[in-house]
Design a protein around this ligand. Structure first.
Ligand code: TXA
Ligand code: MG
Length: 328
């Protein structure tokens, strides 16, 4: 069955709020990606998120709040770094990990002692948190390991009627998932890179902020269970390719009769309807990346060649997603 999709209006938000308050699942836009929401205080409702996504029970979800006060009620600690980071970056694409308050069911944290909190800046997300009257647990609204959605249509394609309602608020403007930073130890640590860089966080915190551990692979202990190596992936093979090799790789694939698509931002060596040219700045690129990959995936590409992106901290979040999507 096709899922229900409603444009974001006061009426649809009120209905979505009622659905959430009574244990339903609502997909909604945030500035990063679309989320698959449930009442964070209702363990049964949160368990439905895991079922709808096919997400393993060890992967905790982020709790979305409408204010800093609401966040503080869900944790037992509020260190200076939390105060500074939330004052500077909330509402926005930053999730902070803190000790979990007993009010938050264990299933939200995959049984762990911490909880990830985020106040999104998207007006529809904030409106929904307020309409629901409860914090909203929401991972990205895609099946486990698949590409994250940045439009309501992506959600519908990926989840179908596993979700009770999809609120359409237009395309997400940040385009990749939030930066997740762990504040439970003395030195804040980025667990998942995003568009807010460790340097930007460090300037606000006033101390060092460490980056993600590069070698966290499947099977190894996970500080952030979302750090599975293959993730955010299209169905076909994806390869990140240096610009000067695009022409050769493109030509070889075409010659072999492989359905090949490309995502480029400077390279001019590939042309045709399956070549997506993205902006050459990190913000513009992030905004359009998942939509380009969704389109190539939907078009049945067996191989997606992605022109390598700059080795610059502003591109860290993007490089991380490209690496995970291209891991075999
Ligand atoms: O931008 C986003 O963060 C989006 C929107 C919907 O807010 N959400 C999102 O959720 O990307 P999800 O579930 O796809 O990714 C959540 C990430 C995962 O890497 C997960 O492991 C990590 O946050 N995470 C959640 N709770 C955590 C916790 N208590 N400790 C460490 N990592 C946590
Ligand atoms: Mg996700």
């Amino acid at each position: 069955m096709a899922p229900r999709i409603l444009p974001a209006t006061p009426e649809s938000l009120a209905e979505a709020g009622r659905l959430l308050a009574t244990g339903g699942l609502v997909a909604f836009p945030t500035e990063t990606v679309y989320g698959l929401g449930a009442n964070a205080l209702d363990a049964t409702a949160v368990a439905r998120i895991y079922a709808a996504k096919g997400r393993p029970a060890w992967n905790p979800v982020i709790v979305h709040v409408g204010s800093i006060e609401e966040a503080r009620a869900l944790t037992t600690a509020w260190p200076e770094a939390a105060e500074r980071l939330t004052t500077a970056f909330w509402p926005g694409p930053l999730s902070i990990v803190l000790p979990r308050h007993d009010a938050v069911p264990e299933v939200v944290s995959a049984g762990g002692p911490t909880v990830a909190l985020r106040m999104p800046s998207h007006p529809v997300a904030l409106g929904l948190v307020r309409a629901a009257g409860v914090p909203i647990a929401a991972p990205s609204a895609n099946r486990f390991m698949a590409l994250s959605p940045t439009t309501a249509a992506h959600v519908a394609q990926g989840l179908g009627d596993r979700v009770d309602l999809i609120i359409d608020g237009g395309p997400s403007t940040v385009g990749i998932e939030s930066t997740v930073v762990d504040l439970t130890s003395a030195v804040p640590r980025v667990l998942r890179p995003g568009m807010l860089t460790p340097a930007a966080l460090a300037r606000v915190v006033g101390t060092a902020v460490s980056g993600p551990r590069p070698a966290m692979v499947d099977g190894a202990p996970r500080a952030s269970p979302g750090m599975v190596e293959r993730h955010y992936a299209p169905r076909g093979t994806m390869d990140v390719c240096p610009a000067d090799q695009m022409a050769r790789r493109w030509g070889e694939a075409r010659a072999a009769g492989i359905a090949v698509g490309a995502v480029v931002h400077t390279c001019r060596d590939a042309a045709g309807p399956t070549v997506h040219r993205l902006p050459a700045d990190a913000d513009g690129y992030a905004r359009e990346l998942y939509d380009a990959l969704h389109r190539l995936d939907a078009a049945g590409m067996e191989l997606i060649l992605v022109e390598a992106v700059p080795d610059d901290p502003r591109w860290d979040g993007i490089r991380d997603r490209l690496r995970r999507a291209s891991t075999a």
